[in-house]
Design a protein around this ligand. Structure first.
Ligand code: PLP
Length: 361
């Protein structure tokens, strides 16, 4: 069996040691006589697993004690719909900064429940940069300011938490969580679907400052209420136990590998190699994002024409480099370089790109 280098944007590559452990524990986990997917989430063994995953994630990301960590069914999009319900009063404004596709999705999910202000929008410039902070028309009375830390499709990434004054800053970290050290205390809430950098699809992590949980928000069922989930340790109903288990193994693997500092170095190295190959290609490969806003996680790039793009995809796949097709919204190619992608994978892509250019350039 050979595992290819998988550049999928999500669901995405997982660390091989994690998959091997999952395989070894598939039929019988932790001495309980059944697999982890077959036992109650209320069992002592599962509760211990859940608590360990939370403790490990807190250690990995240096999450302060005044933040709750929720493990919830569903994806990032679900959280985008829950944010205004939980944090905005009826009719209250919420500020959104749009730097790509997912910022727009966040607005679409929020609109039914909040008065959305688009305070900055990169779309007129083709999402090639982050609109300069000076130009953001922030409302000091807004419920929160929403940003997308890393735009998975457009390849635009914030290098730091923007200063938004006293208004709570909420960030979608779906495709860059735990990819480098961040100061969690700069954010009121951070959320992420797991399937890019943390584990399997079907579970989302919400890291929220506890004082925000005291907000009245809007009428909602308790299953949509972050406060209720926090009060019940994310076991208000049956949580996605399998996903929580694999997420816990993935977080543990990240700690064993040296934590976010080690991944920050690797991720900078991997992305620098791919951008260098693009920039050294004399225009054969193109990435149009301003250098200061280029994503370390997702690199969209383009060839001179569609025929070459199709050929690149077929040949790269045959060479063991999977899922390099760009998202349909932008076309072209995209390389996703999450924590589980080794430096060797990025280098294999770079070597392939040079070889492809020599043959077709
Ligand atoms: C993938 C992604 C989403 C959507 O996640 P789902 O789990 O499919 O809802 C939202 N935001 C960002 C930044 C993403 O990368």
């Amino acid at each position: 069996m050979t595992r290819a280098y998988n550049f999928s944007a999500g669901p995405a590559t997982l660390p091989e040691p994690v998959l091997r452990q999952v395989q070894a524990e598939m039929l019988e986990w932790n001495g309980v006589g059944a697999s982890v997917v077959e036992i109650s989430h209320r069992s002592a063994e599962f509760i211990e697993l859940a608590a360990r995953a939370e403790a490990d994630l807190r250690r990995l990301m240096a999450i302060p004690d005044d933040y709750a960590v929720l493990f919830l069914s569903g994806g990032a999009t679900t959280q985008q719909a829950l944010l205004p319900l939980n944090f905005a009063a009826p009719g209250q404004a919420a500020d959104y900064v749009v730097t790509g596709h997912w910022g727009k999705t966040a607005i679409r999910q929020a609109r039914p429940c909040a008065s959305v202000n688009v305070v900055a929008d990169g779309e007129p410039e083709g999402f090639r940069d982050i609109p300069p902070r000076e130009g953001w028309r922030l409302d000091p009375a807004a419920a929160y300011v929403h940003v997308t830390a890393n735009e998975t499709i457009h390849g635009v990434e914030f290098r730091d938490a923007p200063d938004v004054g006293g208004v709570p800053l909420i960030a979608d970290f779906s495709s860059s969580i735990a990819s480098e050290p961040i100061d969690v205390s700069r954010y009121a809430a951070i959320y992420a679907g797991a399937q890019k950098n943390l584990g399997p699809v079907g579970i989302a992590v919400v890291i929220v400052r506890r004082d925000l949980l005291e907000r009245a928000g809007q009428p909602r069922a308790d299953i949509f209420d972050y406060r209720s989930h926090a009060a019940r340790d994310s076991m208000l109903n049956t949580p996605p136990t399998w996903n929580w288990y694999v997420l816990g193994l993935t977080v543990k693997w990240m700690l064993d590998q040296g934590g976010v500092e080690a991944f920050a170095r690797r991720n900078a190295d991997k992305s620098a190699r791919v951008y260098a190959a693009i920039d050294a290609s004399g225009g054969f490969y193109r990435n149009e994002v301003a250098v200061r806003a280029r994503s370390r996680m997702n690199i969209p790039f383009f060839l001179p024409d569609e025929t070459l793009t199709a050929r690149f995809l077929a040949e790269s796949k045959a060479a063991g480099l999977l899922a390099l097709k760009g998202h349909k919204a932008v076309g072209g190619l995209r390389a996703s370089l999450y924590n589980a992608m080794p430096v060797e994978g990025a280098q294999a892509l770079v070597d392939f790109m040079r070889d492809f250019q020599q043959r077709h350039g």
